[in-house]
Ligand binder design. Sequence first.
Ligand code: NDP
Length: 254
Amino acid sequence: MDTKNKTKIVLITGGSRGIGKSIALSAAKRGIDVILTYNSNPEHGWAVANEINNGGGKAVALHLDTSKINTFGGFADQVSQLLKDEWGREHFDYLVNNAGIAQRSLIKDTTEEIFDELVNVNFKGVFFLTQKLSTLIIDGGQIINISSALARFAFPGVAVYGALKAGLEGLTRYFAKEYAERKIRVNSVAPGTIDTEFGGGKGDESHRQQIASMNALGRLGLADDVGDFVASLLSDDSRYVNAQRIEVGGGIMI
Ligand code: NDP
């Protein structure tokens, strides 16, 4: 039976690296148990889970490709069984839709293949995964969608990515509307340029300095700048925050 006082459980997609890894470790430090997913690299996924388990927390790593919509039913069954076996529960408390990809290309160079890949991971996958997992989220739980500061302003080369993240922020409000009958809150967190393999960390030094100069705090973000904030939302302290977009970008392009 699920009760209010039990340890909370968060499911984080793409929890094996970067921001998702930081969310997982920070959530565990706050006493939250973790189910994290990896896509291409089980070693990275289990390294994060084992770090949590060795530190006295509880975590499991599962495989999930968020672009493969037809696998989501099987994934939901796997999560359901895991909850019963490992926690004796039917529900988890928080879903963080973090997995995402960027493919830089100018509009004139963007192929249908690139477009579809971006749509599948950054938008369609989030929609259908949330749909499939929603019955496993406890009433009164929370969903956090990881968006991007690029939903607010435009740079060349990220048109599809930025527009999809803006769409994800719209979807956040629609999720909040429909899941309100179960008192599930839904918010989006929009990181600025964060130094992961995905983002600012990829550029050369002059590119990094240019990005830092656009930022009020004068630096690129670190994965932990976002991870600690998202983990802090996974709490009753944020109980009246719903249907919001919160940027964690140090003040970029203000
Ligand atoms: P990373 O590239 O560092 O990590 C991406 C994570 O997502 C990995 O765990 C990876 O797993 C997983 N992943 C990638 N493709 C898939 C897929 N098809 N199915 C399931 N999982 C997948 O990215 P970040 O940590 O930087 O980004 C995390 C989120 O933050 C994304 O949604 C991104 O859009 C957003 N964001 C990032 C910014 C930045 O500057 N870094 C800025 C704004 C937003 P594996 O390694 O196993 O493939």
